[in-house]
Design a protein around this ligand. Structure first.
Ligand SMILES: [Zn+2]
Length: 345
């Protein structure tokens, strides 16, 4: 009897194994697999307001977007979503990373909004870990976020590392790296720039940030929605090679910026200039010009990243302005100025 049972059991196990194999090949049962554990970190909180350039501090915006992101992500199968905090509390960066470790996070996404001291920068950017597969995973996921934001019309300020005296400069990335958890900082846009402010002032666009953040994560992890209508199972996120050594941020300005006057329309005071620039270490990002010898500058304008030269027409305006100078910056906001063009007449 016992032997018979053993035989029957082994037959059942064989059949199950066979069926199981076929089953998994044809249709992976994602609900049975380990869920993807996502930790969303709403930047700042409590006494830590984040940037308070606007009447409403950054911490309010990050929480709002985090809640929308969580709601949207939970529409997918096989995913467990946590917030590092959902109350308006002080929480250290170490505590946030430790929370992620305790829930066995596959990834931590720290949500932020940006401000620059001179109030001249605009667009979205992603900060990622500087080493090993944390770098590659950070880069691939960050690429998905920036793809979403550029679709919303935001300027792409790039995917970057930043190194300080203790390793990665940003504490949330450093603390997560210490726990071997991939973590990126998502800077959605700049709260202090005319190009981006509309995104902060629109309830729909703030919600869209959260929905887009979730979309980026769903694509990166190849998730399928609970209702089965959306699936990124076959979607391949950007793959990049794992760096052998730490990836440092560029601390030097563009190698050169050269301005050549192509034409000057004296009546309309239009100067047409061919502007050439190059940076061997990182991508070029913005350019600006000055008609008063560099005392004041135009707003930053997007540099065409596909080109090393751009043809630019500048109106010199009223008065006797006769000099024109340009500057070009890279994605690390390091600037190089051009030669001075003299316009006579
Ligand atoms: Zn912030």
């Amino acid at each position: 009897m016992r032997k018979y049972l053993q035989k029957a059991l082994s037959l059942v196990l064989c059949a199950a194994a066979l069926l199981g194999t076929l089953y998994f090949v044809d249709m992976p049962d994602v609900s049975a697999a380990d869920p993807v554990v996502i930790v969303i970190d709403p930047g700042h909180g409590g006494k830590n307001l984040g940037t308070d350039y606007l009447p409403i501090p950054e911490k309010n915006y990050t929480m709002l977007v985090a809640l929308y992101m969580k709601e949207q992500l939970e529409k997918y199968q096989n995913v467990k979503v946590y917030l590092t905090h959902s109350e308006d509390i002080d929480m250290s960066l170490e505590e946030r990373a430790e929370f992620a470790r305790q829930v066995d996070a596959d990834f931590l996404f720290s949500l932020h909004f940006n401000m620059s001291l001179p109030h001249t920068l605009y667009g979205s950017e992603i900060w990622i870990p500087s080493t090993g597969t944390l770098y590659t995973r950070g880069y691939s996921a960050g690429y998905e976020f920036l793809t979403q934001f550029t679709e919303m019309g935001l300027f792409n300020r790039g995917i970057k590392t930043r190194i300080g005296s203790k390793g990665d400069y940003y504490g949330i990335i450093r603390e997560c790296t210490a726990r071997n958890i991939p973590a990126i900082i998502v800077e959605h846009c700049h709260v202090d720039h005319i190009n981006d402010i509309g995104y902060m002032q629109s309830a729909e666009l703030l919600k869209e940030f959260g929905v887009r953040d979730a979309e980026a994560v769903a694509r990166y992890f190849g998730l399928t929605s609970r209702d089965g209508t959306v699936s990124y199972r076959d979607y391949a996120p950007l793959a990049i090679p794992t760096p052998a050594a730490r990836v440092y941020n560029d601390t030097t300005p563009p190698d050169y910026v050269n301005a050549r006057l192509v034409n000057y329309d004296k009546t309309g005071k239009y100067a047409t200039v061919q502007l050439g620039a190059a940076d061997s270490q990182s991508l070029l990002q913005y350019y600006a010009y000055s008609t008063d010898g560099g005392l004041t500058w135009s707003p930053f304008l997007p540099w065409d990243r596909t080109k090393e030269t751009m043809t630019i027409t500048v109106n010199m305006g009223y008065g006797s302005k006769s000099s024109l100078i340009f500057k070009v910056s890279n994605i690390y906001d390091r600037e190089t100025q051009s030669n001075v063009l003299s316009l006579n007449g």
